[in-house]
Design a protein around this ligand. Structure first.
Ligand SMILES: Cc1ncc(COP(=O)(O)O)c(C=O)c1O
Ligand SMILES: N[C@@H](CCCC[NH3+])C(=O)O
Length: 426
C-alpha cells in the first residue's frame, strides 16, 4: 500500500492491479458501475470501529452520533454492533426507526426541538431526551404528562471547556447556543426544574465540547467538571444521577502528518477516572466511527494550467458533496486512484464544478504531472459530515453511498436523479 496514508484510509484500502481497491473492489469497476462522484464505504471498517468503541466501554453506553452519516443500512449495522444512536432532529429519528432501531435505544438532542418533534419523541417512547433550554423543559413535561408517561431526560451542560478545534464546531464554551452554562448557574437551575416535574425523570447529565478534537485535555477537563457538578447536584437534591454522557468529538486524520488522535480506549481511560463508580458512562462518537471508513471518488474533467499561477484539476463534484473545506478550512488530500503513474509530481489545486471560486477541495496537492481527464481521484476520510451535509447547490444531484465488503459492492444510498430534484417544484 504505497501511495496511501496509513491512518486516514479505510482498513481494507490497498493497491493491487495498479489501482486502489477498497473492500476488495477496484475503483475503476466502482466508477464504471456506480458512476462518480460516489462515496465508497468500507463496511468491515465501520463495524470494526463500532466494535472498538464497544470494547472500550463494555459497561457503558455507546451512542453513534447519527449526524456524521446516517441511513437505514447504517442503523442496521449499529444494531448488529450493539450501539445505540444519538439523533438531533425528527428526520434523523425517522431514519433510525426506518432502519429498525428500537426508539428506546435513541437519545434525542437539539437546541430547538419543535413541539411536533418532542411529541413524537414522547409517543414513540424515545429512550432519552436531552433537554437544552428552560422552555423545552416545560414543553416536554407538559407533553409527557398529557401522554401519561414519565420521560427520561438528561440535562445538556456547557462545562466551559474550549475545545481546540474550529470555532464553528466547538460547543462546550460558556457562550454557546447549546445547553445550560455551568458557570452561570443555569445548569443547576435546569436540574432543579427537571426534578420539580413529576412527568420527567432525570437519568443523566450530558456535555459535548466540540468535534474533530485530537488531544485528550479537553475531554478530561470536561469529565472532571461534569463529575464534580453531578456530585454537587446529587448532594444538593439527595438524588442519584445514574449516567454521565460526555458526547462525541474524537477527531480523525485527513492527511499524512496530521496529529494522530487518541484511540477510543485511551479516551475512555482518560475520562473514566473522573467518573464516580455508581455512574454509568456514555459517549456519542460520530466522526471517529464513520469518518475514515469512506473515500470520495471523483473523475477528473479538466486540467487547466495557468502559467505563473497554478494548475487547476477540476473534478465532477465539489462543495456540494464536501462543504467542509469551504466551511471550516478543512484540509484534505487526494490520490490518483485509477492507475499508477511514474511521472514526476507537481502541485495542483483540486476544485469542484460549482459556480464559486471557493469551491476548492484540496489546495497545493502533489499529483503526478500526467494527471488527465478520465483519471479517478480518491479523497480519504470522507465518511463523516460529507454525505450528511451534502447539498443540491447548482442543482447537482447528491452522490450515492456504495458499501464494499469482501469483493462485493452494493448501493446503500442511491444517487439522486434530476427527477428527484424536479419532483419538488410546483
Ligand atoms: C451532542 C453531540 N453528540 C455527538 C456528536 C458527534 O460528534 P463527533 O462526530 O465529533 O464524534 C455531536 C456533534 O458534534 C454532538 O453535537
Ligand atoms: N459538521 C461539523 C461537525 C459538527 C458536529 C455536530 N455538532 C464538521 O463537519 O466537522
Amino acid at each position: 500500500m504505497t501511495m496511501v496514508i496509513e491512518n486516514g484510509w479505510p482498513h481494507t484500502a490497498s493497491w493491487a492491479g495498479e489501482e486502489l481497491r477498497i473492500g476488495g473492489v477496484g475503483v475503476r469497476e466502482l466508477a464504471a458501475e456506480f458512476g462518480t462522484p460516489a462515496y465508497v464505504l468500507d463496511e468491515e471498517d465501520f463495524l470494526e470501529r463500532c466494535a472498538r468503541w464497544r470494547q472500550a466501554l463494555p459497561d457503558g453506553e455507546v451512542h453513534y452520533g447519527g449526524k456524521a452519516f446516517l441511513c437505514p443500512e447504517v442503523v442496521r449495522w449499529l444494531d448488529t454492533a450493539g450501539l445505540c444512536l444519538d439523533v438531533c432532529t425528527g428526520g434523523e429519528l425517522a431514519v433510525a426507526v426506518a432502519g429498525g432501531m428500537d426508539p428506546a435505544r435513541v437519545v434525542f438532542h437539539g437546541n430547538n426541538k419543535s413541539l411536533a418533534e418532542l411529541r413524537r419523541a414522547v409517543s414513540w417512547r424515545v429512550g432519552c431526551v436531552v433537554v437544552d433550554s428552560f422552555s423545552e423543559i416545560g414543553r416536554l413535561a407538559a407533553l409527557a404528562a398529557e401522554a401519561g408517561v414519565r420521560q427520561s431526560v438528561m440535562v445538556r451542560v456547557t462545562p466551559g471547556v474550549e475545545a481546540h478545534t474550529h470555532e464553528f464546531i466547538a460547543t462546550g464554551g460558556d457562550d454557546s447556543k447549546f445547553g445550560f452554562s455551568l458557570r452561570a448557574g443555569l445548569a443547576a437551575e435546569a436540574v432543579r426544574r427537571v426534578l420539580a416535574e413529576p412527568s420527567l425523570e432525570l437519568t443523566g447529565l450530558h456535555s459535548h465540547i466540540g468535534s474533530q478534537i485530537t488531544d485528550l485535555a479537553g475531554f478530561t477537563l470536561a469529565a472532571h467538571r461534569m463529575a464534580g457538578f453531578l456530585r454537587a447536584m446529587e448532594d444538593e437534591h439527595g438524588v442519584t444521577i445514574p449516567k454521565l454522557d460526555l458526547g462525541g468529538g474524537l477527531g480523525i486524520v485527513h492527511r499524512n502528518g496530521d496529529p494522530l488522535p487518541p484511540r477510543p480506549d485511551e479516551v475512555v481511560a482518560a475520562v473514566r477516572e473522573a467518573v464516580p463508580d455508581h455512574v454509568r458512562l456514555a459517549v456519542e462518537p460520530g466522526r471517529s466511527i464513520a469518518g475514515p471508513t469512506a473515500v470520495a471518488l471523483y473523475e477528473v474533467g479538466t486540467v487547466k494550467e495557468i502559467p505563473g499561477a497554478r494548475t487547476y484539476v477540476s473534478v465532477d463534484g465539489g462543495m456540494s458533496d464536501n462543504p467542509r473545506p469551504a466551511m471550516y478550512g478543512a484540509a484534505y488530500t487526494a490520490v490518483l486512484a485509477s492507475r499508477l503513474s511514474t511521472a514526476p509530481t507537481r502541485e495542483v489545486t483540486v476544485v469542484g464544478k460549482h459556480c464559486e471560486s471557493g469551491d476548492v477541495l484540496v489546495r497545493d496537492l502533489p499529483l503526478p504531472s500526467d494527471v488527465r481527464p478520465g483519471d479517478l481521484l480518491a479523497v480519504p476520510a470522507s465518511g463523516a459530515y460529507q454525505r450528511s451535509m451534502a447539498s443540491n447547490y447548482n442543482h447537482v444531484t447528491r452522490p450515492p453511498v456504495v458499501a464494499v465488503r469482501d469483493g462485493v459492492a452494493r448501493v446503500i444510498v442511491r444517487r439522486e436523479t434530476e427527477e428527484d430534484l424536479l419532483r419538488l417544484y410546483v
